[in-house]
Write a protein that binds this ligand. Structure first.
Ligand code: GDP
Length: 203
């Protein structure tokens, strides 16, 4: 990864040849972005015994490290089986912050609205019937790279094809009843968060 810096240390991260420094910068950058910091700043980065001061562009930090939000649902099959707590534990262990969460039931029409992109698919009726068959746990999650990382943690749509250790491998029974939903892109995450949560619930 090439990351240009200005200030006392000129050049790029790759030239520092030090993953430990990269990790330390990531932690500092996340903290600063979370605190709403703007403008060029001086960060102290490094590892024990080797601390450095680095002047940094805020725009660069935000582009690379700013936290992302994604949307997830623990589906009716998992809630019914009593797996919601264990699935949440996996999500938290993977480094996601839970921004908002609730347990609700939705109607078939509400499920159809949520899954409107799949309305032409042959399984649409089965899917929306299933999603309105019992309580679900929708939630908004936050971390760096949240959308892609949650998809990885969930595993393939068909649990038979999901990697070992993924949520679907551990908790899902079939392609239809597959325990968890996760947004697949930034625009779908924005739509899905807004479908289930009001602004006041997302502070
Ligand atoms: P996802 O992003 O991995 O959830 O998968 P998709 O966006 O392709 O599909 C959305 C959801 O539709 C899946 O999570 C399944 O619950 C359901 N689904 C997908 N394919 C099938 C299928 O062949 N049969 C049934 N019954 N449901 C399916």
């Amino acid at each position: 990864m090439q990351m240009q810096m200005q200030g006392p240390i000129q050049g790029s991260f790759a030239s520092l040849e030090d993953d430990a420094i990269l990790v330390a910068v990531e932690i500092k950058a996340k903290a600063i972005v979370a605190a709403g910091w703007e403008g060029e700043e001086c960060l102290t980065v490094g590892r024990p015994g080797r601390w450095r001061a680095v002047h940094w562009w805020s725009s660069l930090i935000k582009e690379i490290y700013v936290s992302e939000r994604t949307f997830s649902i623990i589906k009716p099959d998992a809630v019914k089986k009593g797996d919601a707590g264990a699935i949440l534990a996996e999500i938290v262990k993977a480094g996601f912050k839970i921004v908002s969460i609730k347990k609700i039931s939705i109607s078939k029409a509400q499920a159809e609205g949520f899954y409107h992109v799949h309305s032409a698919r042959p399984f649409f009726g089965e899917l929306t019937e299933f999603m309105s068959s019992g309580p679900i746990v929708p939630m908004v999650l936050e971390k760096v790279n949240a959308i892609a990382d949650l998809r990885k943690l969930m595993g393939a749509t068909d649990p038979a094809k999901a990697e070992e250790g993924t949520i679907r491998k551990q908790f899902a029974a079939s392609i239809g009843e597959n325990a968890i939903h996760g947004s697949d892109a930034e625009d779908t995450a924005a739509f899905e968060i807004g479908y289930f949560f009001a602004g006041l619930e997302l502070k």
